[in-house]
Design a protein around this ligand. Structure first.
Ligand code: SF4
Length: 700
């Protein structure tokens, strides 16, 4: 099937899931605006505009690859040979080591249908408890915190358009001007209406430079800052006593903790001057509507859950949750970061955001799947824990990875690479021969965004539809086909008899029915007719839920919860040996591990290789000039990158983006210390040192 006209679809990259039209012609495919789609109103960033280059790219995998023995070469194979080899290896592995010896690793970019079917495949096709996904590295702390405080986790519990009407927005650890530029239209509208913006970030990013107030916080101290603002809110009489009494519990315990975060102390911890804290408190007090939005800068810490809870405490104390144009939200990162965490590819979860250890949830989902509830395995271990133990006694011995390039994106990536090499068997399904696929025993070429139908759930909780607009290249299969074909070879084909993506979605709807993330009333037809439907949407007559918490929260008693949370040091603070902070993030040009964007010519040309941002004062100490090759060391190893001197970064902090493999792969040196609850690794801060080097990764 090839569409001859423009097909409304969505960008393959980030969680904004911008609407676009894909035009397919004789000379190839191109992107056009889709102004009617409400989230981005036609706006696209350079990644979206160039996304069509990935279709028909000469690097695409177009046939399965197999390796006869470890150390041997990957060679082409038929689909039947490759799938039969995978099924045999997985079955043999389970025969030798037990069902849990096979692991499944998914991705936050997979469609809802894929995430759902991957979870079902793990629990029903393989009977393993070990499934998790790379969203654990992305949004898990915000999700954990929201579940605790509100009893439900939906990144933004309101549409993005509400940003434009908030009198004050507080952005914590988010550089939306570069990572999701089309959302800036709402910030610009907000500013035009007289609204204010506070940005909390160790870097003076383009987003921070557009703010009314930039708090250039020391890495790893956002929690203390939030508690300090809570302290000032109490002192200045900004607490909404009526809201706190009527709609929350736990205020006193949280207030008592915040009482010890007086401004001088907060300045010492965070580096943010008392005067700026006072200005921030004034802005909070003056605004009738306040929106607090966190992102990975606040969340990717070993205390990420507590940090988000601290900001939720502040929002609750101000009475700014569950009101129009206000509230707390997390800006989800990956394309389906939201839906991907709702339908069963998390270690502890069943579809509909149900818990795997809940007997009623097990009964419901097992009923939809037509299996005995007792046959469903229990919760498994989290993403990093699964990778870290791979190939060991007691760890997974065979692994199926779908839509994730962990060799570049996992923390302490050199160690993870060794663990993958220690597996008995590795199979990877991907579009390209990623750095992870290169190490696999079997590589399965998968279809991509515009080549298959599927739904995604964007950062607003809006379920959207990507329609297939072009055929996949000959020799390529969809992930859904791969899973159903493997299930058939494992003797469970009767439970995976799906004609297409829509039939998977229809089963997902039933499995989610009655759950927290209830999709039962959402259909492909409704999504197309309504430009997306917000969950929860329990039945066909329900309009969907653009705004949550207006009357009640998702907790058992309907009340939001304060949590008393203390600042603690990062797992690794600067020391004599490693005197600097190293923090990581994204660039405007690239997305995640760069498997896709590094193959788009204009994006690769604009940002071709790893760099390290260094303040000129710090660079002078090491006689480093702009463009010099610098070696960055941490306790886990070294990376090489070109110095980019900028006053936008603190003089005690280095910044590197995580899109590149090779010697510039910053995740070789990031710290895998985990948040004890969310199991989020501490990507955003570790201790580092620099030295001038002589050669970069490319030999120059
Ligand atoms: Fe794509 Fe995100 Fe850019 Fe929108 S903001 S065009 S979804 S990468």
């Amino acid at each position: 099937m090839v569409a001859s006209s423009a097909t409304p679809t969505h960008c393959p990259y980030c969680s904004m899931q911008c609407g676009m039209k894909l035009v397919v012609g004789a000379g190839g495919s191109s992107v056009e605006r889709w102004p009617e789609f409400p989230t981005n109103k036609g706006g696209l960033c350079q990644k979206g505009w160039t996304a069509a280059e990935l279709l028909g790219h000469h690097d695409r995998l177009t046939e399965p690859l197999v390796r006869e023995w470890r150390g041997g070469e990957l060679r082409p194979a038929t689909w039947d040979e490759a799938l039969t080899r995978v099924a045999d290896e997985l079955r043999d592995c389970q025969g030798r080591h037990g069902r849990a010896a096979v692991g499944v690793f998914g991705g936050g970019g997979l469609t809802n249908e894929k995430a759902y079917l991957l979870g079902k495949f793990a629990r029903v096709g393989l009977g393993t408890s070990n499934i998790d996904y790379n969203g654990r590295f992305c949004m898990s702390s915000a999700a954990t915190a929201a579940n605790r405080a509100f009893g439900v986790d939906r990144g933004l519990p309101f549409p993005a358009e509400d940003i434009a009407s908030a009198e004050l927005v507080v952005l914590v650890g988010s550089n939306v001007a570069e990572t999701m530029p089309p959302v800036m239209q709402y910030f610009e509208e907000q500013r035009a209406r007289g609204g204010r913006l506070i940005v909390i970030d160790p870097r003076a990013t383009p987003t921070a430079r557009a703010a009314s107030l930039h708090l250039q916080v020391t890495p790893g101290t956002d929690l203390a800052l939030a508690n300090g603002l809570f302290n000032l809110a109490v002192k200045e009489g900004l607490v909404d006593d009526n809201f706190v009494a009527a709609r929350t519990t736990g205020f006193d315990a949280a207030r008592r903790v915040a009482a010890s975060y007086w401004p001088d102390r907060v300045e010492r911890i965070t580096g943010v001057p008392v005067e700026q804290l006072t200005v921030a408190a004034s802005l909070l007090g003056e605004a009738a509507s306040v929106m607090i939005l966190t992102a990975r800068g606040a969340e990717q810490h070993s205390k990420g859950t507590d940090t988000v809870l601290a900001f939720i405490n502040l929002a609750l104390a101000l009475g700014q949750v569950g009101k129009p144009h206000s509230g707390y939200g997390a800006l989800t990162g990956q394309g389906n970061g939201q839906g991907g965490r709702e339908h069963g590819q998390k270690a502890d979860q069943l579809p509909g955001y149900r818990r795997l250890d809940d007997p009623a949830a097990r009964r419901h989902v097992a009923g939809v799947w037509g299996v005995d509830p007792d046959s469903l395995p229990g919760p498994g271990i989290s993403a990093y824990e699964m990778l870290e133990a791979a190939g060991t006694d007691g760890g997974v011995r065979a692994l199926l990875i779908m839509g994730s390039n962990v060799v570049v994106s996992a923390p302490n990536a050199g160690h993870i690479q060794e663990r993958l090499d220690a597996l008995d068997f590795l199979v990877v399904a991907d579009l390209f021969l990623s750095e992870t696929a290169e190490r696999a025993d079997v590589v399965l070429p998968a279809a991509q965004w515009a080549e298959e139908d599927g739904t995604m759930t964007n950062f607003e909780g809006r379920v959207i539809l990507r329609r297939a607009a072009v055929d996949p290249p000959a020799g390529v299969c969809t992930d859904l086909h791969i899973l159903t074909a493997l299930a058939a070879r494992l003797g469970r084909g009767d439970l995976f008899a799906f004609a297409d993506a829509q039939s998977v979605f229809d089963e997902l709807r039933r499995a989610s029915s009655g759950g927290i993330a209830d999709y039962n009333g959402i259909t492909y037809e409704r999504i197309a007719a309504e430009n997306g439907v917000f969950w929860p949407c329990p039945d066909a007559a329900h309009p969907g839920t653009p705004r949550m918490f207006l009357d009640t929260f998702g907790t058992a008693d309907g009340q939001a919860r304060f949590y008393p949370v203390h600042h603690k040091a990062s797992a690794e603070e600067p020391s004599d040996d490693y005197p600097l902070y190293l923090t990581t993030g994204r660039t405007a040009e690239h997305y995640q591990s760069g498997t896709q964007t590094r193959r788009v010519a204009s994006l690769a040309a604009a940002e071709p290789a790893a760099f390290v941002e260094i303040h000129p004062d710090l660079a002078a100490v090491f006689a480093v000039a702009d463009g010099d090759v610098v070696q960055v060391d941490t306790a886990r190893g070294s990376v090489l990158a070109r110095a980019r001197l900028t006053k936008a970064i603190r003089s005690d902090t280095l910044f590197m983006a995580f899109h590149w493999p090779g010697k510039g792969r910053v995740n070789l040196v990031t710290n895998p210390a985990l948040d004890p609850v969310s199991k989020m690794p501490e990507f955003k801060v570790c201790a580092a040192r620099i030295a001038k080097a002589t050669k970069c990764d490319d030999g120059s």
